[in-house]
Design a protein around this ligand. Structure first.
Ligand SMILES: [Zn+2]
Length: 235
């Protein structure tokens, strides 16, 4: 009887929609994982920038230290020469040179202190950045395990449900009706081909039905498809 077949079709539809939902959910897993991976990548890149800053700062500090060292040696050398000069003019010129070098040393030492303060700041950022990367790595690992388990679970559920849908499908006696259902389902955007009348409207597209149409549908003498969306009315 058509009425029975349509009722079976509605059950089959329910199962097919469930399968589609689960397949969609399983399909979303790689993207979810990628979102987490991208977050980790961004944190790793930020940490890399800080590390580079730390390296550059260390290099600059080293250069400043070398400069101060060489200036100090020059001062020592010039100071030694003070005893050997013959004229006042030479003496004051040398003294001036020493004073210049001393000023440079002072400036260099100030710059080193500045770098040291900056160093502390970078070190703090480095610690914070490393901790964030570690935390994100742990999150990713947990998420990977969770999603892997979810994926496996969905895969198994879909397998079982597909077997169940085969039983439901074979129970539909009118094979032409079944073929029509499959055809509509393949073309329908959301995989829905069998629907019921809901509040005097098509349960698929919401189009209001004429009273006569509703009566026709509920006579179950022939298959009625929605004039708008083409889906099969099952009751
Ligand atoms: Zn419709």
């Amino acid at each position: 009887m058509l009425k029975d077949d349509l009722a079976k079709l509605l059950k089959l539809q329910e199962k097919d929609s469930q399968i589609l939902d689960q397949e969609t959910e399983a399909g979303d897993i790689p993207e979810k994982l990628k979102e987490r991976q991208d977050i980790l990548k961004a944190k790793q890149e930020a940490l890399h920038v800080i590390k580079k800053m730390a390296e550059d700062a260390a290099k600059e500090k080293k250069l400043l230290e070398l400069d101060v060292d060489s200036k100090n040696q020059a001062i020592k050398k010039l100071s030694g020469q003070l005893n050997d000069v013959k004229t006042n003019k030479e003496y004051s010129a040398l003294q001036q040179e020493i004073n210049h070098a001393k000023e440079d040393v002072l400036k260099g030492e100030e710059a080193i202190i500045e770098k040291l303060m900056l160093d502390d700041d970078i070190k703090l950022k480095l610690t914070k950045g490393s901790e964030e990367v570690k935390a994100e790595e742990a999150k990713l690992k947990a998420e990977e395990e969770k999603l892997k388990a979810e994926g496996k679970q969905l895969e198994e559920a879909v397998k079982t449900e597909k077997a169940e849908r085969e039983v439901l499908a074979s129970a539909v006696e009118d094979k032409k009706l079944l073929a029509r259902y499959e055809q509509i389902r393949a073309n329908a955007g959301n995989g829905v081909a069998a629907i019921a009348v809901v509040n005097h409207s098509c349960g698929g597209c919401g189009t209001m039905l004429r009273p006569q149409e509703t009566i026709e549908i509920h006579k179950f003498t022939h298959i009625v498809e929605c004039e708008d969306c083409g889906r099969i009315f099952c009751g």
